[in-house]
Write a protein of this length. Structure first.
Length: 96
């Protein structure tokens, strides 16, 4: 119905008679389909769709970056902890 009306193969009234619906229904369906198509085009990214392998690789790289940052934070924390132990300072022991 949408394609017939948009390509002007049928008028709105003819499409309504063919599909046994009211003309306002044809107009509403046409508008909904047009809005959905425009929204889909607006949301689409340019270029080719990435392959499943490329998506998996990108996910793995993001996870690697996240884990690398977590490891750096833990290394800094461990370094600070070891520094406190060498200096004899402990948050639990009373200060002299």
């Amino acid at each position: 119905m949408f394609l017939e009306v948009c390509s002007q193969q049928l008028s709105r009234a003819d499409a309504a008679r063919k599909w046994s619906v009211d003309v306002s229904t044809v107009i509403r369906i046409r508008q909904l389909a047009k809005d959905a198509a425009l929204a889909a085009f607006a949301a689409a990214k340019p270029g080719r769709m990435p392959s499943p392998e490329q998506v998996e690789l990108e996910t793995a790289l993001q996870e690697n970056d996240r884990l690398s940052e977590a490891l750096k934070e833990l290394a800094v924390e461990l370094s600070l902890h070891r520094g406190r132990q060498r200096s004899g300072y402990s948050a639990r022991s009373p200060r002299a």
